[in-house]
Design a protein around this ligand. Structure first.
Ligand code: AMP
Length: 207
């Protein structure tokens, strides 16, 4: 089974992705993670794209497509997270003959997103929020005790850039998949609880 999860930054996409991959036994492929790993490795691509990531800009379609290619070829069961982010990226998947069974489209109001991202703190594996999900000890991950940090692209100006990009591209991507009869689109409004969202997803996917 091949699933794509779409959602603006701060839509709760990452949380749902973790639940979905376990439930359906899928390989979780996150382009954001792939990119951050390239930056940490200081690879040629990593150095080239670092500034764009800090500014919250999308990196070029050809670069992200070539990074992704190795992860998707020969992979029959995956949950793709963070890709496609443009229509050209959706077309790239189609050209590679990758048929997507489901698109989970998480829809979130802009005010909600801004609130979540502005106050988000992260560790390697966990997300917190100063407004409604504070760690027990200030700036420390409850589970590992490591220091929490703000993501460098969670600054207000960067959030705005990311949201404008997201909305512009998301409509085109959804329209593209709407014309594909083999792909089912599951629209979910995200202003409900994590488990309510997850139940809606589960109820719409045939194992
Ligand atoms: P994410 O963790 O998915 O929010 O991704 C972090 C950053 O990586 C984004 O703000 C973009 O700069 C870049 N990025 C991730 N996926 C893509 C993609 N499919 N196309 C272009 N840029 C991407």
């Amino acid at each position: 089974m091949k699933i794509i999860i779409l959602g603006a930054p701060g839509s709760g996409k990452g949380t749902q992705a973790d639940l979905i991959k376990k439930e359906f036994n899928l390989n979780h492929i996150s382009t954001g993670e792939i990119i951050r790993a390239e930056i940490i490795k200081k690879s040629t691509t990593g150095l080239l794209i670092k500034k764009k990531i800090l500014n919250g800009e999308l990196i070029k379609d050809v670069i992200i497509a070539s990074l992704l290619e190795n992860y998707i070829k020969n992979n029959t069961n995956f949950l793709l997270d963070g890709f496609p982010r443009t229509l050209r990226q959706a077309i790239f998947l189609s050209k590679k003959n990758i048929k997507i069974d489901y698109i989970i489209n998480i829809i979130t109001r802009t005010e909600t997103i801004i609130k979540r991202l502005k106050y988000r703190l992260i560790s390697k594996n966990n997300n917190y929020n100063i407004l409604y999900n504070n760690p027990k000890i200030k700036n420390k991950d409850d589970k590992t005790g490591t220091k929490l940090i703000k993501r460098s692209d969670d600054k207000f100006i960067t959030i705005e850039t990311r949201l404008i990009d997201y909305n512009k591209n998301n409509t085109k991507i959804i329209t593209w998949y709407n014309n594909k009869t083999s792909t089912k689109i599951i629209d979910i409004k995200s202003e409900i609880t994590i488990s309510q969202i997850f139940n809606l997803i589960k109820n719409n996917i045939i194992k």
